[in-house]
Design a protein around this ligand. Structure first.
Ligand SMILES: NC(=O)c1ccc[n+]([C@@H]2O[C@H](COP(=O)([O-])OP(=O)(O)OC[C@H]3O[C@@H](n4cnc5c(N)ncnc54)[C@H](O)[C@@H]3O)[C@@H](O)[C@H]2O)c1
Ligand SMILES: Cc1cc2c(cc1C)N(C[C@H](O)[C@H](O)[C@H](O)COP(=O)(O)O)c1[nH]c(=O)[nH]c(=O)c1N2
Length: 179
């Protein structure tokens, strides 16, 4: 299903909490950093996203939250597929470029890309990539939550993890098995 659904709770009541206080508290929630990409009839686009989460493994599904004001939004609104590229520690500059006010062509020129199952750009040397068909789209406040069914994946065991915590990037090393 691809229709936009209304949330079942009261967004007005939630907005009593100041956005600035919410962001301050959220800055303590360390998150993996991803570049989410799409291509198709509505054009190629990508943006840096920390709001990415596993939903269920039956069927394998994740969610992505995208601000409707983002320049990438029109492409994600109308294309049927996306790719979540999980960034490695080597991708900090890629994250900055896709998270800033940079034209799309310049963003993609920063790194090497391939296409596989869906046509959404797949980032070379990402820690993992999840190619997805976008299913339900739910509007919540300023963002759309995209529920994404996985159609292809890959992982890479060579690199360290890139984390965003306290408004700064951090590198998390891979431990030896059992370590
Ligand atoms: N979910 C998001 O949309 C999101 C997440 C992270 C960063 N950003 C954007 O990146 C820029 C730098 O962010 P920062 O972390 O350095 O400082 P910040 O103070 O803007 O954000 C702190 C934390 O609050 C959350 N957040 C920020 N903006 C949000 C939004 N519009 N909706 C929902 N959650 C939001 C994120 O968890 C973020 O890490 C800002 O423009 C911010 O809006 C957006
Ligand atoms: C570390 C980090 C994490 C996120 C972001 C930024 C950064 C630096 N941004 C913001 C998003 O990448 C940014 O708004 C756009 O790429 C730039 O906006 P324009 O494309 O110029 O409109 C962001 N935006 C969003 O809609 N959902 C998200 O989960 C995140 N997460």
């Amino acid at each position: 299903m691809t229709s936009l659904q209304k949330p079942e709770y009261d967004v007005e009541a939630l907005s009593a909490v100041l956005p600035s206080a919410f962001r301050e508290a959220m800055s303590r929630l360390a998150a993996a950093v991803n570049v989410v990409t799409t291509d198709g009839p509505a054009g190629r686009a990508g943006f840096t996203a920390s709001a990415v989460c596993s939903v269920t493994d039956e069927p394998p599904t994740l969610l992505v939250c995208i601000n409707r004001r983002a320049s990438a939004y029109p492409s994600f609104a109308d294309n049927p597929a996306l790719c979540v590229n999980v960034l490695s520690a080597d991708h900090q500059q890629v994250s900055n470029t896709f998270g800033g006010k940079t034209p799309m062509a310049e963003r993609f020129a920063q790194a090497d890309w391939t296409t596989r199952e869906t046509g959404a750009p797949v980032l070379a040397n990402a820690l993992a990539h999840f190619e997805c068909r976008i299913g339900q789209r739910v509007a919540v406040g300023t963002h759309d939550v995209l529920f994404c069914e996985i159609v292809a994946m890959s992982t890479c065991d060579e690199s360290q993890c890139l984390l965003y915590f306290d408004r700064q990037y951090h590198q998390l090393p891979r431990l030896a098995p059992g370590g």
